[in-house]
Ligand binder design. Structure first.
Ligand code: PMP
Length: 301
């Protein structure tokens, strides 16, 4: 066994495993699993926030629906009920006494060394405490030498375990070169997304974001689009080359983990508009208000 201790749980942590709540240190998985060997599994990243009306999971239904869709896209069975999973996730948070937390459901496959459909599936949902950030620390990003996987090679809209090798390579490359984060292009050289976040940029008072097709359809991205409608911000979706981004006034990343985070520079070139004056900052504030009130969420209790 690895000598590293697991920083995500202690002896009291409870997780949800195939319909039951279990002590995290008492469950294990089979070393012959298809997900472990081939990355053939799907997962989600969800956040819960402490709000004035208690702990609220932001867009739980949307996340569990994406989990189901990810399974369908790669032919992994999904024998679960979304309402029930949402309810169990609230119970999981309560059992662990968590409010501000990150929640990680994963569907992983039984032992099967062949490259065929799964013999059976398992669900595990774990969570750990993670406070909301939404601060003003800006990122220096860099265009990765890795591109996003071609949508004809994989199901790019699915949140599949194995796809994250691409994200790990790009993140490591960015950090090794002294940057905070990577930006990946698609295989045709258009701007795609970050390793775990979607990109928006601002030019002349309008917002731009890569269209769906070559990116993960982020739930935060969809929320930002809704907020743009509420705030009367003109949003354009299309295919953009890096020079368009380099000529932008400001930019930001958004995602469940990243929330809304401003970008200071790309390949060492600073964006001219100050973050405090940008549409990103306005949307960051609106996003913060939303997750802490959780108005748009369709959570069940
Ligand atoms: N793109 C990628 C590659 C991601 O991993 C994530 C995180 N799930 C996102 C975008 C943002 O998605 P969401 O807003 O649903 O967290």
């Amino acid at each position: 066994m690895s000598s590293n201790t697991n920083p995500y749980y202690n002896e009291n942590t409870i997780l949800y495993y195939n319909g039951k709540f279990k002590n995290a240190s008492k469950v294990s998985t089979d070393l012959y699993g298809q997900t472990l060997h081939y990355g053939y599994g799907v997962f989600e990243g969800i956040r819960a926030y402490k709000t004035s009306s208690g702990t609220k999971i932001f867009k739980a239904r949307e996340h569990y629906e994406r989990l189901k869709k990810s399974c369908e896209l790669i032919q992994i069975p999904f024998p679960y009920d979304i309402e029930e999973l949402t309810q169990k996730t609230y119970e999981l948070l309560a059992l662990n006494h968590f409010s501000d937390a990150y929640i990680r459901p994963i569907i992983y496959c039984d032992p099967n060394m062949s490259l065929t459909k799964p013999n059976g599936v398992n669900i595990m949902i774990c969570a750990w405490e993670w406070g909301a950030y939404l601060g003003d620390n800006l990122l220096n990003i860099f265009i990765s030498s890795y591109c996003r996987p071609h949508p004809k090679s994989i199901k790019i809209e699915a949140k599949v375990c194995g796809h994250y090798i691409n994200s790990i390579l790009a993140t490591s490359e960015a950090k090794n070169n002294g940057y905070d984060e990577a930006l990946l292009l698609d295989s045709d050289g258009f701007i795609a997304e970050g390793p775990g976040a979607n990109l928006f940029f601002e030019k002349d008072g309008e917002l731009y974001t890569p269209q769906l097709g070559n990116i993960l359809p982020g739930i935060t991205r969809a929320t930002i689009i809704e907020l743009c409608q509420d705030l009367g911000i003109k949003l354009n979706q299309g295919l953009y080359k890096p020079h368009t981004l380099k000529n932008a006034d400001a930019a930001f990343y958004c995602g469940t983990a990243a929330e809304v985070v401003g970008i200071k520079s790309i390949n060492k070139q600073n964006f001219p508009l100050e973050w405090k004056d940008s549409l990103g900052k306005k949307l960051q504030t609106a996003y913060k208000n939303l997750v802490l009130k959780n108005e748009l969420s369709t959570q069940t209790n």
